[in-house]
Structure formats: structure tokens, C-alpha cells
Ligand binder design. Structure first.
Ligand code: KG4
Ligand code: ZN
Length: 365
């Protein structure tokens, strides 16, 4: 399709209810006309993780309002749209179903095409929305639910070079914070403490560095931190502020070092394809971490590869990326699926072997 396209996107696969309107005219930069995100952190705070039933109910209650706000803020009506795109997986099935049912109702009522989008594809195509990045590029997804290296060479071309075999890094940050009595979400709290800590005091492991390839593991690191904390408690009856800072610094340094080394390896595979404009893009909340970001920037600079981090509101879960993926798929000639169903599991790269882990926010891919 060659003309201007305006799409409504819906996202409800985890703990953010989101709706957005994106417009794209050929040969121009896409415009995010609105992006509404209603988070649920407060609803799940007491449970130490996302409770699927609570999430699904909140999505069902909030989706209509988010859509209304997104259309209002964009200044468009349903008849101005060219299509609706909705996350149809992977994620917590109750939430995904809420989004898919809402989108089906809207699309049928307004007579619009409906496109089911893989949530991970939404993240992976975001650098094209924000920076018009050409294919092929390397994407590192690092959040509370995802951790994988993807070689992206087309709207439908995703090759997983590696991923976590257990926890996602954000999940490890959140558990570390919990073990040390720091507030959630754990990533930012651990990062603040780490700034005043000594990263060399505790010799934390660097999981899977001794094995070839780009797979990662974070659950052993969390166990090592627990042991170090318990050893301090056994020795002196508790941990001091400085102990806590040093534990955070050691943990963060281990995550950063492992991510940097695995990125180096993923870049080597990617560069074999001789991309004209080599680039690594990151997405996910963990990409906000200063130490991790600078480690990745360093690796990219050494390999002469462009490093790209979209603004945080587009790195974390949002519906603009879903609307954009709908536009990309329409332009690429992969339009609506007549059999749109909600899928709890949906690996982007169907040919890659299954990973073992799942993640606190539900089975991903
Ligand atoms: O992408 P995101 O908002 O949501 C999903 O997981 O889908 O990522 C949230 C995760 C949380 O686990 C949070 O602790 C982590 O990203 N995070 C960070 C930082 N900010 C957020 N991790 C490390 N350092 C940070 N500064
Ligand atoms: Zn996500």
C-alpha cells in the first residue's frame, strides 16, 4: 500500500494497558499522534510480581478508555483510520485476549482491517519508527520479561542469535532489590545503590561466558548474591549500607560484563552479513541502566557499529510500536490474518530452538 496510513495500536500482553495512533506518509518520518500507557505497577506491588488475573481484569476495564484517549489526543475518529493493529501474543493470555477482543469489536464495527502483531516484533521494529533504521540490524531486547539477540532483516525476518535460558535481566534486578530490601522496580533502585559501591568486593560469577554462543543466564547470579548476603548476615548479624552498595555494584557489573561479551559475539555473527550501515539497537527497561548502556556503547564503538537506544517511553511496553508494526506489515504486503487468535507463546524466530526459561511476566518466546 503506497498512500498515507494511520493506524490505531493496542497493547495488553503484560502489565501495561496501551493504545496509540501512528501516521506514516511514504518517504516521510512516521508521526506518533498519541501514545497512552496505563501502568499497573500499583495493582501488583503487594504480590512481588504480576498476577495474571488482576492484570487481565485491569486490561478489560481500561482498554476502552485508553482507546478513547488515544483517538482524542490524536484528533482522529475511527473513520480516519486505515487499520487496527493489536498485540496477539506472546504474553499473559488473559490480557492478550482482552486486547484481541477489543480490537476485533472495533475493527468489525468500523469496517477496518485488523492485524495481529507479535509483541516482540513491535519492540524489534521500534528503531525504524524512531530513527528509520535500515535492515539488517541487530536488536538486543532486555527487560523484565525478555532477553534475546535478534538479527532483524525484514518486517518478517527475525533470527534469534541467543537469549536467556532462565531469568530475564530485569527480573534478576527486581529479585536482587527484593533480597536487599530495596523498592520495586528493582533496576533503578539497584543502579542508585551501585553508584556508591565497590564492584570488585564480591566475586560474582559471569554465567555462560565459558560456553560459546550468545545464550545468557541470570538465575545463578541471583543465587550468588543471596549466598553473599547470607554469609554477611551469619558473620555480623546483618548487612551495612556499604555492604548493600557493594553487593549491588558487584551484581550490576556482572550483568553488564556478561551482556557486553555476548553482544560482542552477536555483533560478530551479524557483521558477517556485511550490513551497509551496521547498527545495534536496544529495547526494554534494562536499557535504561547507565552502566549497561555504557558497556554496550563501548562494545559498539570498538566494532565501529552504530549504537541506538530509542527514548525510554518507546523502549518499554507501549502501543505506538504495535501500530507501527501494523503499518510496516501492511506496507510489506503481509496484511490481515483472517484467523487472528491470542497466543500465549509465539517465538519470533520459528526456526530457533526453544529456550528453557519463561520470565516472571509470563511465558514469552
Ligand atoms: O521493558 P519494561 O518496562 O517492562 C517489561 O519487562 O516488559 O522493563 C521493566 C524492567 C524491570 O525489571 C526493571 O527493574 C528494569 O526493567 N529496569 C532496569 C532499570 N530501569 C528499569 N534495570 C536496570 N537498571 C535500570 N535503570
Ligand atoms: Zn515488552
Amino acid at each position: 500500500m503506497g498512500g498515507t496510513l494511520t493506524f490505531l495500536g493496542l497493547e495488553s500482553s503484560c502489565d501495561d494497558t496501551a493504545a496509540a495512533v501512528v501516521r506514516h506518509a511514504p518517504d516521510k518520518s512516521p508521526q506518533i499522534l498519541s501514545s497512552v500507557v496505563s501502568g499497573q505497577t500499583d495493582l501488583h506491588a503487594a504480590f512481588g510480581g504480576v498476577v495474571p488475573e488482576i492484570a487481565a481484569r485491569a486490561h478489560a476495564e481500561r482498554l476502552d478508555l485508553c482507546v478513547e484517549q488515544a483517538l482524542d489526543q490524536a484528533g482522529v475518529r475511527l473513520d480516519d483510520l486505515d487499520g487496527i493493529a493489536v498485540t496477539s501474543g506472546p504474553g499473559l493470555i488473559g490480557g492478550v485476549l482482552s486486547g484481541v477482543m477489543t480490537a476485533k469489536g472495533l475493527a468489525a464495527g468500523a469496517g477496518l482491517p485488523l492485524i495481529g502483531v507479535n509483541h516482540l516484533a513491535g519492540h524489534a521494529l521500534t528503531p525504524r519508527l524512531t530513527d528509520g533504521l535500515p535492515f539488517p540490524y541487530l536488536m538486543l531486547l532486555v527487560s523484565g520479561g525478555h532477553c534475546q539477540f535478534l538479527l532483524v532483516d525484514g518486517v518478517e525476518g527475525f533470527h534469534r542469535l541467543g537469549g536467556t535460558i532462565d531469568d530475564a535481566p530485569g527480573e534478576a534486578f527486581d529479585k536482587t532489590a527484593k533480597l536487599l530490601g530495596l523498592p520495586q522496580p528493582g533496576g533503578p533502585s539497584v543502579e542508585v545503590e551501585a553508584r556508591l559501591g565497590d564492584p570488585r568486593r564480591f566475586a560474582f560469577p559471569r554465567p555462560l561466558l565459558d560456553r560459546p554462543g550468545c545464550d545468557l543466564s541470570f538465575s545463578g547470579l541471583k543465587t550468588a548474591l543471596l549466598r553473599a548476603r547470607d554469609a554477611l548476615i551469619a558473620e555480623k548479624g546483618g548487612i551495612t549500607l556499604q555492604d548493600r552498595r557493594d553487593l549491588c555494584a558487584g551484581f550490576q557489573a556482572a550483568v553488564a560484563e556478561v551482556l557486553a561479551e555476548k553482544t560482542r559475539r552477536a555483533l560478530a555473527s551479524y557483521l558477517e552479513r556485511k550490513p551497509a550501515e551496521a547498527a545495534l539497537a536496544v529495547a526494554g527497561g534494562v536499557a535504561a541502566n547507565g552502566a549497561i548502556r555504557s558497556a554496550l556503547e563501548h562494545v559498539c564503538a570498538a566494532a565501529r557499529v552504530r549504537f541506538l537506544a530509542p527514548p525510554l517511553r518507546l523502549c518499554t511496553d507501549n502501543a505506538a510500536m504495535i501500530a507501527w508494526a501494523g503499518i510496516e506489515r501492511t506496507r510489506g504486503g503481509h496484511p490481515q490474518a483472517s484467523d487472528l487468535v491470542a497466543r500465549p507463546r509465539w517465538p519470533l524466530d520459528q526456526s530457533a530452538p526453544a529456550l528453557i526459561g519463561s520470565g516472571k511476566k509470563g511465558a514469552k518466546a
